[in-house]
Design a protein around this ligand. Structure first.
Ligand code: SF4
Length: 492
């Protein structure tokens, strides 16, 4: 006799919740409850998703579902290739509820205001109870962040980070002071390369049968996604992600601190971790990632400036922007404090520009859905800021075009940090820079068609021209910002 279709509780696992321990958090029972996982085409369309990002999500989901099934879990899996797939979370949830008639739905809160709203509304419409659990992956709860943030005029990372260090007991000396005597070693972390760096690249994983199936489905169902697929090499399982973590700690972390702000054309990963896609899919836990760096430091394999600089990204910045995303609320991503309304230049989708720094950063994005943080902030982000592009358009581009792009990640990083459109919530001054900064931190200006020393004329570096234009058009706005006063004197 066929097994009854009904389940007691239905645990909804989203594409960025691929941690088996979540099933315990949700209180699911293998015998009586079920798991629903949904691939939806709509998630890759608005904003347009890089084809590698979509394949990464779907492949990691299918691998995870196969692991759960092998452990005896009942998994209802909705593929984008299924004939009846509605293409939306609401539609697939509704189909799941009608087929499985669960008594209730349980899930870890999704990482987006929009998805949270859609799921909550769908459950209301379906008349089924929904219980949401806070995401235990993160090291700072909503309540702890609110407690820290409420009443503050500005949310300054440094203060949040120090609190996290103390709270988690990370890199603290016994006397309650920071290990080594300083909270950060950024002054040591701005070295530039003099010749091509000898940076060991992260491991690459050839697509297996599951990933190749996903690629076929994506090419058929979503044929127009931007970016290249032929170089797909992302980790799609926890085992592969752990290989990447070990590789980073051994091979790149020792030099990560020194060169974390440096750039070099054709070198896309340098000494960076490239772990954020696996972290954001929850193939890796934040705790094991920072602990691996601390273990290497304690073993004497990694200098303090590298260990601290990396740990700051994990327990500081990543937790900070996640806190800001939920604390500031759904309207945060819509802010446009500088009143910028320009459209995104076509070359953001093609990489076809004579600006050598931009062409190299965009090539990295189009080739592999990735560029490291300084290329994101100080090249593509900086250009969008000083050229007056609308923050929401830029935010959509970053969310869709990066393998680690998720709503909670990109809204504070883009609308706040890169575009200064949140009015200074996450950055006390805009990250605007002229070509001089790019020249200092990398080698792109050598051989560029533009002259990094010129501000006007046919050959002037566009970063210079736009930089001064940005300052001039925002002069009044920035006058009350003490951190901008020296720069504004130059404008005069
Ligand atoms: Fe970029 Fe200007 Fe340097 Fe060319 S000269 S690489 S446009 S900063």
């Amino acid at each position: 006799m066929a097994a009854p279709r009904s389940v007691n509780k239905l645990g909804v696992i989203m594409g960025d919740q691929l941690d088996a321990s979540y099933l315990r958090t949700l209180g699911l029972d293998r015998e009586r409850d079920g798991v629903l996982m949904m691939e939806v085409a709509g998630a890759s369309v608005d904003p347009p998703s890089h084809v590698q990002r979509t394949v990464l999500f779907l492949s990691a989901m299918r691998h995870f579902a196969a692991e759960l099934k092998a452990e005896g879990w009942r998994v209802e899996y909705r593929s984008i290739a299924d004939a009846g797939n509605t293409g939306t979370f609401e539609g697939e949830l509704s189909r799941g509820v009608h087929e499985l008639t669960p008594g209730s739905i349980v899930m870890i809160e999704p990482g987006s205001h929009g998805v949270l709203r859609a799921i909550t509304q769908a459950c209301d419409d379906l008349g089924v109870g929904l219980t949401l659990f806070e995401d235990p992956h993160f090291l700072c709860t909503h309540a702890e962040f609110e407690d820290w943030a409420s009443g503050r005029k500005e949310l300054i990372l440094e203060y949040f980070y120090r609190l996290q260090r103390k709270r988690l007991g990370v890199l603290m000396a016994e006397d309650g002071k920071p290990a080594g005597g300083a909270w950060n070693y950024d002054k040591e972390n701005r070295k530039t390369f003099r010749s091509a760096p000898d940076a060991p690249p992260p491991p690459r994983f050839a697509p297996d049968a599951i990933t190749r199936d996903v690629m076929d489905d994506v090419r058929r169902v979503l044929p127009d996604l931007p970016g290249r697929l032929d170089d797909f090499a992302w980790p799609v399982t926890r085992e592969e992600a752990l290989t990447c973590l070990r590789d980073f700690v051994t091979n790149r972390l020792p030099s990560f601190g020194d060169y974390q702000d440096a750039m070099w054309t054709g070198e896309d990963t340098l000494f960076h971790a490239v772990l954020s896609p696996a972290l954001n899919l929850k193939l890796l836990s934040a705790r094991e990632v920072y602990q691996a760096a601390l273990d290497a430091y304690e073993a004497g394999d990694v200098p303090l400036n590298s260990a601290e600089g990396f740990v700051r990204q994990i327990i500081g910045w990543r937790e900070f922007i996640r806190g800001v995303y939920w604390y500031e609320g759904p309207d945060y991503a819509q802010r446009n404090a500088l009143g910028q309304y320009g459209s995104l230049p076509e070359f953001y989708w093609t990489g076809d520009t004579d600006m050598r720094c931009m062409a190299d950063s965009l090539r990295s994005v189009l080739d592999r859905a990735y560029s490291h943080h300084i290329a994101r902030l100080m090249v593509t982000g900086n250009f969008a800021l000083i050229a007056g592009i609308e923050p929401q358009v830029v935010n959509g581009w970053y969310t869709g075009m990066y393998a680690d792009g998720l709503d909670w990640v990109t809204a504070p990083n883009t609308v706040g940090m890169a575009m200064h459109a949140d009015g200074g919530v996450v950055g006390t001054k805009p990250y605007a820079a002229s070509g001089k900064y790019i020249q200092r931190m990398g080698n792109a200006c050598k051989g560029c068609r533009y002259d990094v020393k010129s501000r006007t004329g046919e050959d002037a570096c566009p970063f210079n021209t736009f930089y001064w234009d940005f300052l001039i058009r925002n002069e009044e706005r920035f006058r009350s910002n003490s951190r901008m006063s020296l720069i504004l004197k130059h404008v005069e």
